[in-house]
Ligand binder design. Sequence first.
Ligand SMILES: *[C@@H]1O[C@H](CO)[C@@H](O)[C@H](O)[C@H]1NC(C)=O
Ligand SMILES: *[C@@H]1O[C@H](CO)[C@@H](O)[C@H](O)[C@H]1NC(C)=O
Ligand SMILES: *[C@@H]1O[C@H](CO)[C@@H](O)[C@H](O)[C@H]1NC(C)=O
Ligand SMILES: *[C@@H]1O[C@H](CO)[C@@H](O)[C@H](O)[C@H]1NC(C)=O
Ligand SMILES: *[C@@H]1O[C@H](CO)[C@@H](O)[C@H](O)[C@H]1NC(C)=O
Ligand SMILES: *[C@@H]1O[C@H](CO)[C@@H](O)[C@H](O)[C@H]1NC(C)=O
Ligand SMILES: *[C@@H]1O[C@H](CO)[C@@H](O)[C@H](O)[C@H]1NC(C)=O
Ligand SMILES: *[C@@H]1O[C@H](CO)[C@@H](O)[C@H](O)[C@H]1NC(C)=O
Ligand SMILES: *[C@@H]1O[C@H](CO)[C@@H](O)[C@H](O)[C@H]1NC(C)=O
Ligand SMILES: *[C@@H]1O[C@H](CO)[C@@H](O)[C@H](O)[C@H]1NC(C)=O
Length: 466
Amino acid sequence: MRRSLALVGLLLVVALLSDAPWAARGSSHCKHTYSEDIRPHSVTITEFGAVGDGVNLNTKAFQNAIFYLNSFSDKGGAKLFVPAGRWLTGSFELISHLTLWLDKDAVILGSTNSADWPVIDPLPSYGRGRELPGGRHQSLIYGRNLTDVIITGDNGTINGQGDIWWEWFGTGNLNYTRPHLVELMNSTGVVISNLTFLNSPFWTLHPVYCSQVTVQNVTILAPLDSPNTDGIDPDSSDNVCIEDCYISTGDDLIAIKSGWDEYGIAYGRPCTNIIIRRLIGETRRSAGIAIGSEMSGGVSEVHAENLRFFKSSTGILIKTSPGRGNYVRDIYVSNVTLADVDIAIRFIGYYGEHPDEFYDPNELPTIERITLKDITGENIKRAGLLEGIEGDNFLNICLANITLNVTSKSPWNCSYIQGYSDLVSPETCEPLKEMISPERYSDCYHLSDHLRSSSNQKKGAWSLSW
Ligand SMILES: *[C@@H]1O[C@H](CO)[C@@H](O)[C@H](O)[C@H]1NC(C)=O
Ligand SMILES: *[C@@H]1O[C@H](CO)[C@@H](O)[C@H](O)[C@H]1NC(C)=O
Ligand SMILES: *[C@@H]1O[C@H](CO)[C@@H](O)[C@H](O)[C@H]1NC(C)=O
Ligand SMILES: *[C@@H]1O[C@H](CO)[C@@H](O)[C@H](O)[C@H]1NC(C)=O
Ligand SMILES: *[C@@H]1O[C@H](CO)[C@@H](O)[C@H](O)[C@H]1NC(C)=O
Ligand SMILES: *[C@@H]1O[C@H](CO)[C@@H](O)[C@H](O)[C@H]1NC(C)=O
Ligand SMILES: *[C@@H]1O[C@H](CO)[C@@H](O)[C@H](O)[C@H]1NC(C)=O
Ligand SMILES: *[C@@H]1O[C@H](CO)[C@@H](O)[C@H](O)[C@H]1NC(C)=O
Ligand SMILES: *[C@@H]1O[C@H](CO)[C@@H](O)[C@H](O)[C@H]1NC(C)=O
Ligand SMILES: *[C@@H]1O[C@H](CO)[C@@H](O)[C@H](O)[C@H]1NC(C)=O
């Protein structure tokens, strides 16, 4: 009886979801006009003396080509074409209104000499390098204060040759924090598409303080045991859309971040309006989608759907700590398929890792309005390890329609958590047992929006359109 009532409730909820006003709003920033022909001017890297033998260092050729193309930035911009070949280079900087285009079989190779990756200031929202105090190596492909930048091609490859960095990391021979493969900072209108990214020294794609970022149809690969090779880390950025990606790396496939403890709080730039859809991947050490642990500028409005993670440590992960401050709220994840995953859903309230001793342990993060629905899993060890913070419960955690084949005898372990659930198997932990009844819709993120416009709803179709 209770179960059938629950089902009716859920049917209503799902019906309402299919006409989500947010969906229309969301899809608008996923649509950019992509065309390889939008740039009226084009040059090839060989015109600037580059040699694609994998041996000659082409940093100067990239820098000179981009310097030359700067003169077209007020004339519709320009394209830098990289043909088939192995183009070894150190770090170089992009400009506005530029398309970097890698042809099929074009490979940009990161130099294995750390001196070819200059050291730049730490991010203000981190206060120091993420791994070591002080500066950090500049990413192989870097851009700052830009508008309208496209990195694309016909499945060419950008290969960071990260092994040497992982070795320096492992043997304690780094002097500065490792570089990302691609970092765009303080930029608007960024498209990264149709390429393969290999073996980043550190995080692979890092848009930070950016707006209107699209990552589409990319493959990101690094060994499953390589250290901190996150796939895509939107950081203090808004209106980010990530779709149709395959990621297999040594750390989080996607990690949504916004700065670190007192530095992130002071900088105060949230990560918001993030869409992730049609993501497939594998990560033996961490999570398919993670939020945090650096979230001190706040994270909100994350919508993720149609996800498939296999042979992974964790499916969905929220990590934070006393000292981080601010919030993670209004998170909606749906339609997730898990196979051979240790922990389907995990919250870590005491992640630790602080930039220095000046963080304020009384800055407790607010974690609330997290809705996870339509999740199935085969060969899952634990369904959920949901650890909040003592005196700072994570609130309005809503789990709906979750079916996991779990091997552990204690599938859920929850502490300092409050919320609701419906149609969850195996049965949830005590703090989430209260059913998602209609009067709870407004507590459960993304279930509420639909209730208000529900009067004309009658269809019971499961036609989730996004
Ligand atoms: C970006 O803008 C900041 C602040 O105006 C400035 O300090 C910095 O030099 C600029 N960097 C580049 C590469 O334009
Ligand atoms: C994905 O990228 C490949 C090249 O890497 C291209 O052939 C294919 O058409 C792209 N698919 C979409 C949907 O853009
Ligand atoms: C692009 O190349 C990668 C690496 O070789 C490959 O795994 C992927 O399937 C290719 N993508 C497309 C769309 O051809
Ligand atoms: C760190 O600094 C030392 C001393 O200057 C230098 O020999 C070494 O190559 C540097 N390591 C890296 C990874 O750059
Ligand atoms: C970002 O760019 C704006 C305008 O160019 C500038 O005012 C601001 O200082 C920049 N911030 C950073 C962190 O570069
Ligand atoms: C990816 O490649 C496909 C096939 O060439 C093209 O239709 C599409 O517009 C490209 N996507 C982006 C975002 O560049
Ligand atoms: C769920 O996601 C899978 C891809 O993982 C997709 O094939 C399927 O159509 C999605 N279902 C719905 C209802 O959107
Ligand atoms: C539950 O989720 C599955 C996919 O995981 C979906 O096929 C099914 O329709 C959902 N059922 C309800 C009652 O929402
Ligand atoms: C899930 O586990 C149950 C037993 O707990 C088993 O009967 C069922 O076949 C499993 N489903 C799959 C697809 O393996
Ligand atoms: C549940 O979690 C608490 C603390 O988070 C831990 O002390 C306890 O051992 C866990 N229980 C199980 C069965 O894992």
